[in-house]
Design a protein around this ligand. Structure first.
Ligand SMILES: [Cu+2]
Length: 165
């Protein structure tokens, strides 16, 4: 995944609730931003080692990249005959790669199905502030949450569930 940071003008909505104030000085929380005017591109995520369809070199200006991750609590075989209870994103371990270009926004819908037993969230190391989204995305079984952030840093970064840190 290339990217990011919660920057001035980023748009954050936790659990469908829209904040009208708060956040760090210079940051806008819960208000419409220039990101709403960007062309939307749905990125269909695929399990590694595959990568989602993308342009190697950015074409045109910044875009808003829509992605969806579903937390799947499941038993996985990690070596022959060795099983562990895993918390996966979209059922793979590691989770799918999300690709964007510098200046794009990533808009994630994080789903925690009612069949799960635990609260989950997501921490994007490509993002800064609020634990990379960790503090904003706690989501209980049966709920979903949306997080939008701007990709301001170039590189390859991990993301992970960061509950209780
Ligand atoms: Cu989790």
């Amino acid at each position: 995944m290339a990217a990011t940071s919660l920057v001035a003008g980023s748009y954050l909505v936790a659990k469908g609730a829209q904040a009208t104030s708060g956040g760090l000085e210079g940051f806008t929380v819960g208000t419409k931003t220039q990101a709403d005017a960007l062309p939307r591109v749905k990125q269909k995520l695929v399990p590694p080692p595959f990568v989602p369809e993308h342009d190697q070199v950015a074409k045109g200006g910044p875009k808003l990249i829509e992605v969806e991750l579903t937390v799947v609590e499941q038993e996985m075989e990690v070596a022959d005959g060795v099983y562990m209870q895993a918390m996966t994103f979209n059922g793979s371990m590691p989770g799918p790669l999300i690709i964007c270009h510098e200046g794009d926004y990533v808009e994630l819908t994080l789903k925690n199905p009612a069949t799960n037993t635990m609260v989950h969230n997501i921490d994007f190391h490509a993002s800064t502030g609020a634990l990379g989204g960790g503090e904003l995305t706690n989501v209980a079984p049966g709920e979903q949450v949306k997080l939008r952030w701007k990709a301001t840093k170039v590189g390859t970064f991990i993301y992970h569930c960061a509950l209780g840190v």
